[in-house]
Design a protein around this ligand. Sequence first.
Ligand code: IMP
Length: 429
Amino acid sequence: MANVTVIGAQWGDEGKGKIVDWLASRADVVVRFQGGHNAGHTLVVDGKTYKLSLLPSGIVSGTLSVIGNGVVLDPWALREEVARIEAQGVRITDDNLAIADNCPLILPLHRDLDALRETAAGKGKIGTTGRGIGPAYEDKVGRRAIRVCDLAHLDALEAQLDRLCAHHDALRAGFGQPPVDRAALLAALSEVAPFVLRFAQPVWKRLKKVRRAGARILFEGAQGVLLDVDHGTYPFVTSSNTVSGTAAAGSGLGPSATGFVLGIVKAYTTRVGSGPFPTELDDEIGQRLGERGHEFGTVTGRKRRVGWFDAVLVRQSCAISGVTGIALTKIDVLDGLEKVKICTGYRLRGKVYDYLPSHAADQALCEPIYEEMDGWSQSTAGARSYADLPANAIKYIQRIQELIECPVALVSTSPERDDTILMRDPFVD
Ligand code: IMP
């Protein structure tokens, strides 16, 4: 049986939550492989609402949930989330939660640095979620991170903290901030260590075992390809690789395990935070789509920027991430528009581009070239088969499929799990 890797093919918030829930209910294992508690989604199971940031989506239904080494883990945020979800009646034990022991930690000093940098950047800020994600990844790559396994060696931790803090103290001094309180940090880590260590293990080994036993694995990506640190709209990106290939490196299973790559694509475009957005709408239509689509961030509550569907970006994301098929979400938000537009290329300094150039200044200057189509007045909300859709909505979906050069595997027509039109089952295909 195939495994499935779910990734966002735009700037995150494509509606991965609903699709992941549906797939998680049929998976034996759900694996997070990048990002941290900057992600967020709301699960509704049997009428109860659960808000998850760091825990994989399988946790609520008791499915084995794995936090892979590619994630950056804030142990206090994890403890708070586990307590919150347990208070809702979900049991979380080392039977259903496994955390990679080589996972780097997010510490309070990372959150401090995230905030200091954003404040200092003023108008040039990235618009991060303020969770310390970027600074934690920097320390991982800089080979000075504190990792989960270090919590089992508290005797050596003091020396490790000295090295880490020497680096951070210099940065903090540049911002006029006092040095890190090492003793307090050591005490806080010692206190939280037993909680994290309950779940810690070499997860690559556990995954190897379950894979051999024929388990269906769902890799749950966070954010989106356009926020990828290499392939996204750099520097307005997150600090991890959000592409499908990370599922392998960020979990310790080889690339052959990633299976069907399902790219989640919203029927229009949104982004939170700063950075280029060629099809952004500053008009009434943008306002209307934002309201109808409830476009507010799950983690930060920030209003999302909204624009027309950009086929250039999604084609690029699908190619970069080797997407097998897409799930098109929130088509119902476009219901009732007289005309709908799709971006098919960019005009930049008199030239036409069929891709997004890499330089930030060029990206900011890209003017969208639109194709206009007739909209549909009938509702698509709740449609469960292609035949239920208005003819113009079908034309819109087919045109998207052609332009992005990737098949549509499913269409989601409301937040309800069953309001889905299934063309290809990712677990079976
Ligand atoms: P960071 O990941 O907190 O460093 O934020 C970097 C950029 O990624 C900012 O533009 C954030 O708004 C964006 N970002 C991070 N996580 C998410 C997410 O889950 N959905 C959408 N955007 C995100």
